[in-house]
Ligand binder design. Structure first.
Ligand SMILES: Cc1cc2nc3c(=O)[nH]c(=O)nc-3n(C[C@H](O)[C@H](O)[C@H](O)COP(=O)(O)OP(=O)(O)OC[C@H]3O[C@@H](n4cnc5c(N)ncnc54)[C@H](O)[C@@H]3O)c2cc1C
Length: 121
C-alpha cells in the first residue's frame, strides 16, 4: 500500500494508514517493525479523530535476529538510513555473534511476539 514513509498515511486517501508487511516502505518488513509502527499510526488516528495533525514518525526501524550457528546469533537493528539502532546498547553488540542474542531469538522474542498478538506488548 502506497504510504508516506514517516507517517504511514496513504498518499491519496488520508484517512487510511498502513501497518506491517503491506506498508509500502523500503524497510520494515518484520514483526519488530510493526511494534514501532503501531504507536505512530495510533498517534495520527487519534489526532485525526480530534481534528488535529499527529506528530509521531516512523524511522524505518527493523530488526533481524540472525542465527549464525547453534548457540550464537546477531541481533541487527537498523533504520531507513541503515543506522544501527540497538535496543540494548552496551549489552548486545549488533555486529557480534553472541550467546545472549541467540537466547533473545530463541526464548525472549517468541514471548514478545505472542504478547504483541494479544495487544500486550
Ligand atoms: C521465515 C520468516 C521468519 C521471520 N522472522 C522474523 C523475526 O524473527 N522477527 C520479526 O520481527 N519478523 C520476522 N519475520 C517477518 C514477520 O513474520 C512479518 O513481518 C510479520 O508477520 C508481518 O505481519 P503482518 O500482520 O503485516 O502480515 P502477516 O503476518 O502476513 O498477516 C497477514 C494476514 O492476512 C491474511 N490474509 C491475506 N490475504 C487475506 C485476505 N484476502 N483475506 C483475509 N485475510 C488475508 C494472511 O493469511 C495473514 O494471516 C519473519 C518472516 C518470515 C517469512
Amino acid at each position: 500500500m502506497e504510504c508516506d514513509q514517516k507517517t504511514l498515511r496513504h498518499l491519496r486517501y488520508p484517512e487510511i494508514f498502513a501497518l506491517g508487511d503491506v506498508a509500502g516502505v523500503p524497510k520494515g518488513k518484520t514483526a519488530a517493525s510493526v511494534k514501532w509502527q503501531v504507536p505512530v499510526v495510533e498517534d495520527h488516528l487519534i489526532a485525526a479523530i480530534e481534528g488535529k495533525e499527529g506528530t509521531a514518525t516512523y524511522d524505518g526501524y527493523t530488526s533481524c535476529p540472525l542465527i549464525t550457528r547453534v548457540g550464537r546469533a546477531m541481533l541487527v537493528e537498523f533504520d531507513y538510513n541503515n543506522n544501527l539502532v540497538p535496543s540494548f546498547p552496551g549489552a548486545i553488540a549488533p555486529l557480534e555473534e553472541l550467546w545472549i542474542s541467540w537466547l533473545m531469538k530463541e526464548v525472549a522474542l517468541k514471548a514478545t511476539y505472542n504478547a504483541m498478538l494479544r495487544g500486550k506488548a
